[in-house]
Design a binder for this molecule. Structure first.
Ligand SMILES: *Cc1c(COP(=O)(O)O)cnc(C)c1O
Length: 405
């Protein structure tokens, strides 16, 4: 049924939908969701995820112009906001495709205004307000309110939204997040005093939308929660019941017995202290599987845990199957996800490897095909090996033999 035998990431679109419904049920009535599908949908595939969540979102957020263009090219027609800074060279294309840029500097607004007027169009923008991230955005102060007023009066520009971003909403102590919320609301008041009406106010990320009803406003920006992960261990999991949408699977390529004293993998860091049965799994850090899990992580085979032996290589790694009866070549290997009653979560990998769960899913490499599942059936795939490099040519060397001229 799955068209891949080495390794694949299965993305369950029914689970994605389940996560969306769980979030909607928790939100204040009237608050909409903006689906954050940056970094190729946190490694899940932005296009397929966007398609799956389309009925549940007012629009989408991405990090870059290219990510926005990709969605448009695949027929995604709802509003798209670029959360990062967009280079001037993208403005024309962005206005043509009605993509919303983030703005917080006069020069950005002037360039947008000039091009919009030239094209005879109106560009809808969102202002970014810095209330504590110190990343991008105008500082929350009266001078910035003056600038916002000036931008709102520029020809060809419609200030559709104003957003800020929480730095610490995923912590139990919400003091800092509440301060950011207060700074945001005060700034909205400054704008109102200047006659600038903000149609779409949005603040919350996944952590905020789970735990801070007071920050709901017009929209919340859901990211990691779409994919079924919680922003941090401090977030209360009972409020919104999320389920991880991605599983990472492989198959054993080789099973053998080694004697006591035999070393395993680069550097010989693991030494067998008894005869062992060792299995080779054809996945490695070249697939985005963290090398930091060397000697620490585990996989599931036949519903049981198999610890990683020694270093994770680029394309392969070895696991201990001594205690897994009947473990054999071609057995399914679960690196992330469920097998029987056992489950390996992305959070577990992050903890064991000293990494960050967001980073692990974003880092699943392009060599790993994504397979999309609905109603238990494969409904699509995304495979880097299907890409064609245009304008690429080398000489006619097909069929040449190594070492022979
Ligand atoms: C990435 C991002 C989000 C989503 O954050 P999650 O923690 O994944 O929900 C929301 N807003 C901005 C500005 C972001 O950069």
């Amino acid at each position: 049924m799955i068209p891949y035998t080495r390794v694949y990431a299965a993305v369950n679109l029914d689970v994605v939908e389940h996560n969306m419904k769980a979030m909607v049920a928790n939100l204040t009535e009237g608050t909409g969701i903006m689906g954050v599908v940056k970094a190729d949908g946190y490694g899940h595939g932005a296009v397929w995820v966007a398609g799956a969540i389309d009925p549940y979102v007012r629009g989408y957020a991405v990090a870059t112009a290219e990510e926005a263009f990709l969605l448009r090219r695949h027929g995604i027609s709802k509003p798209i906001l670029i959360l990062g800074v967009t280079h001037e060279s993208c403005i024309r294309q962005l206005i043509e495709q009605e993509i919303r840029p983030t703005v917080f500097q006069r020069k950005q607004a002037l360039a947008l205004s000039r091009t919009a007027v030239d094209m005879g169009k109106i560009v809808r923008i969102h202002l970014a307000l810095d209330t504590g991230m110190s990343r991008i955005g105008m500082r929350a102060c009266p001078e910035s309110a003056d600038l916002a007023e000036e931008i709102a009066s520029m020809p060809g520009i419609c200030v559709e939204g104003l957003f800020t971003h929480f730095a610490r909403a995923d912590e139990t102590d919400k003091t800092s997040a509440r301060q950011q919320l207060r700074a945001y609301l005060d700034f909205v008041k400054l704008l109102e005093e200047r006659g600038v009406k903000i149609l779409v106010r949005h603040i919350s990320n996944s952590a905020g939308l789970m735990e801070m009803r007071e920050a709901d406003c017009d929209l919340v920006r859901a990211g990691i929660s779409i994919y079924g992960l919680y922003p941090s261990d401090e977030v209360d999991r009972d409020r919104v019941a999320l389920r991880p949408a991605m599983e990472l699977k492989s198959r054993l390529t080789y099973v053998k017995t080694i004697g006591a004293g035999v070393r395993v993998s680069y550097g010989g860091t693991f030494v067998a202290d008894r005869p062992m049965i060792v299995a080779t799994v054809p996945i490695g850090y070249g697939d985005g599987y963290p090398r930091s899990l060397s000697g620490k992580g585990r996989v599931l085979i036949r519903g049981k845990s198999a610890p990683i032996l020694g270093r994770v290589c680029m394309d392969q790694m070895m696991v201990d199957v001594t205690d897994i009866r009947g473990a054999a070549e071609d057995d399914e290997v679960t690196l992330i996800g469920r097998d029987g009653t056992e489950e390996i979560t992305v959070e577990e990998l992050a903890r064991l490897g000293g990494g960050f769960h967001y980073e692990i899913i974003c880092g699943i490499g392009k060599r790993v095909p994504r397979v999309y599942i609905r109603d238990g059936k494969v409904v699509g795939k995304k495979d880097y090996f299907d890409d064609v490099c245009r304008d690429f040519s080398v000489g006619q060397s097909q069929g040449a033999e190594l070492g022979i001229q």
